[in-house]
Design a protein around this ligand. Structure first.
Ligand code: FES
Length: 157
């Protein structure tokens, strides 16, 4: 029923655990079976430098998560986003049709972790703009910085 590769990744899963202070987190549950995957990533220079997963699920969920982490470690974000459940299943030498939904979990958790990373990055870059005056108000300089005008969304001049 399962390929040798599936059995290998199930018996000795790679990259199990959780990254401390991750750059992105993806967590997803299967509506079919209730199994859950949590995947954490670390990103540097546009690449996934580390990735770990925890699985509360079947053997196929463990094997596909393990393979997914192996496929994307060191990959660019675009390369990682291109990894689908079919990519993971193919890399494992195939999965039984009734187990394909298990590989969706790994691919979806991976994509969610990347989306979480991108959202955090966008939030962080927003903190550095001249528009962010939400903190330290009493330390704001008297007068108006030249670039603040570009951020004025009230229309006041
Ligand atoms: S049966 Fe739930 S993930 Fe495989």
């Amino acid at each position: 029923m399962y390929s040798d590769l599936v059995m290998d990744h199930f018996s000795a899963p790679r990259n199990v655990g959780e990254i401390e202070e991750p750059d992105g987190v993806g967590r997803i549950g299967s509506p079919e079976c209730g199994d859950v995957i949590r995947l954490t990533i670390k990103v540097g220079d546009g690449r996934i430098t580390d990735v770990k997963f925890k699985a509360f699920g079947c053997g196929a969920a463990v094997a596909t998560s393990s393979m997914a982490t192996e496929l994307v470690k060191g990959a660019t974000l675009d390369e990682a986003l291109a990894v689908t459940n079919q990519t993971v299943a193919d890399a494992l030498g195939g999965l039984p049709a009734q187990k394909m939904h298990c590989s969706n979990l790994a691919a979806d958790a991976l994509h969610l972790a990347i989306e979480d990373y991108l959202a955090r990055r966008d939030d962080a870059s927003g903190d550095e703009t001249a528009c962010d005056v939400g903190s330290g108000d009493d330390e704001l300089p008297v007068g108006r910085p030249a670039d603040e005008a570009a951020c004025d969304r009230t229309g006041e001049s």
